[in-house]
Design a protein around this ligand. Structure first.
Ligand code: UD1
Ligand code: MG
Length: 462
């Protein structure tokens, strides 16, 4: 097998995005589009990856470098066409042995499978260049593929340069190619810009290579969605929806029930176990992992969260948390980063948990804030209980040990510790540690005046 390197063109301006963010950094299902292309490229095990950057180049470099530090970059300061972009990478290209896979940084839906099939077709047919094509009902704006009788590709004609007969061709250039690296390096300096746009077209290299006796192949990609290039916010939305649909289908095929795939948004980075049910308006994002037999939603927004098995999670938010098997969250809970909801624990209505652990079998069923708290097993947290973890300057921890009972409307003024089996009376503000098995009560003594109402001016009121 010949070594493969990857060249990604990402210098285009993206004017139609009307954005201060470079086009290729706009995320699709949470990942910047150019990063998606680099990521997909990893599946062909490239010996080197080079990205041509232009607009917002430094920002683009930073984002890619963070995740893929071995990536190389070249800059194209004047955007004089896709061929011009490759010319900027010429010295990198000359060092590449074997094949070069060329892709666009603004076509993030391309699959690893298509990359592999393109390389395979290239090698099998002994081509100098192979272009990934697709058939489109409306090919407007794309370069058209001209085939010769033997089925090989003769050349690509850009939309603006095409004659009426060529405009009728519906097989188009997706902008993804496989080249023999040396052959591409050889023809790039020969490109001319004698076309309507006065640009150096990469597509012209195919005709040049053919004139030199090389065979040019064209592999049809059956899913046009994959080759979608993004130039506007409307196309960005289309791409995002296409990715969600693709993911929903894969999940259903793997045994996940999705009640309404159109209103369920699972990013492709997420894992979901079988026999889990996803109800409408569920968002599973980032590095989220959901186990088996869970009921998620309706209305769930879950980001970077590990959810074990048989969890019920309704109408709630979670981010950066761990929710253990059998736990119940919601409705209307917020699980914030660094939290753990233990096995069979309940975090209920209008409750918030931050950087805290709610131990196995413990319950905070109503209207509670738990911040910087470590709560043991089988603890009951009464309605309205608050951990007062912040004095306006610093945050302090609260510890509640196994089997403690916290009555309703308790303020736990941190730092404070409630021992195992201890009981805190309702309405108490607790700022001293409570030893195990004790009762702590902090509230004024109730005064009851018999028949007071009769003697007062309320007398006579109904
Ligand atoms: C290009 C193809 C066209 C194809 C279409 C698919 C050429 C000449 N035409 O047209 O056949 O159907 O893509 O979407 O290539 N780029 C640079 N520097 C530049 C110009 C472009 O890096 O100076 C990059 C862009 O960021 C993009 C790619 O090259 O990733 C294609 O350029 P674009 O301007 O989108 O070309 P199209 O006119 O869409
Ligand atoms: Mg384009």
């Amino acid at each position: 097998m010949k070594p493969i390197s990857i060249l990604i063109l990402a210098a285009g301006k993206g004017t139609r995005m009307k954005s201060s963010l470079p086009k290729v950094l706009h995320p699709v299902c949470g990942i910047p589009m150019v990063e998606r292309v680099v990521r997909t490229g990893q599946f062909v095990r490239p010996s080197s990856v080079c990205v041509v950057v232009g607009h917002g180049g430094e920002q683009v470099k930073q984002v890619i470098h963070q995740k893929f530090p071995k990536t190389q970059f070249v800059s194209q300061s004047v955007q004089d066409g896709s061929g011009g972009a490759v010319r900027q990478a010429l010295s990198w290209l000359k060092k590449q042995k074997g094949l070069v896979l060329l892709a666009c940084g603004d076509a993030p839906l391309i699959s690893a499978q298509s990359f592999k099939e393109l390389i395979h077709a290239h090698v099998k047919d002994n081509n100098r260049a192979t272009v990934l094509t697709t058939k489109m009902p409306n090919p407007y704006g794309y370069g058209r593929i001209l085939r010769s009788k033997d089925g090989s590709v003769e050349k690509i004609v850009e939309h603006l340069d095409a004659n009426p007969r060529e405009l009728e061709i519906n097989e188009i250039n997706t902008g993804t190619y496989c080249f023999d690296a040396a052959a591409l390096a050889h023809v790039i300096p020969k490109l001319k810009n004698n076309n309507v746009k006065k640009e150096y077209y990469l597509t012209d290299t195919l005709e040049l290579l053919r004139q030199e006796g090389g065979r040019i192949g064209g592999l049809i990609c059956v899913d046009p969605d994959e080759t979608m290039g993004i130039n506007s916010r409307a196309e960005l939305a289309k791409a995002e929806i296409a990715l969600y649909r693709r993911k929903a289908e894969a999940l259903m095929a793997a045994g996940v029930t999705i009640v309404d795939p159109k209103s369920t948004y699972v990013a492709d980075t997420v894992k979901v176990g079988s026999d889990t049910v996803l109800w409408p308006q569920t968002f599973l994002l980032g590095q989220t992992k959901v186990g088996s037999g869970c009921q998620i939603g309706p209305w769930a927004h879950i980001q970077d969260t590990q959810i074990e098995n048989r969890v019920i999670f309704q109408s709630s938010f979670s981010e950066g948390a761990l929710i253990r098997s059998g736990a119940r969250v919601g409705p209307y809970s917020r699980v914030r980063p660094g939290s753990e909801v233990g096995r069979n624990a309940h975090l209920g209505n209008f409750s918030e948990i931050k950087k805290s652990t709610l131990g196995e079998g413990s319950k905070a069923n109503h209207l509670t804030y738990l911040g910087d708290a470590t709560i043991g097993k089988n603890v009951n947290i009464g309605a309205g209980t608050i951990t007062c973890n912040y004095d306006g300057v610093k945050k302090y921890p609260t510890q509640i040990q196994d089997n403690a009972f916290i009555g309703s409307n308790v303020n736990l003024i941190a730092p404070v510790r409630v021992g195992a089996h201890a009981v805190v009376g309702a309405g108490s503000s607790i700022n001293k540690d409570v030893p195990a098995w004790s009762l702590a009560l902090e509230r004024s003594v109730q005064v009851t005046k018999k028949n007071w109402a009769k003697a007062s001016k309320r007398k006579g009121k109904k």
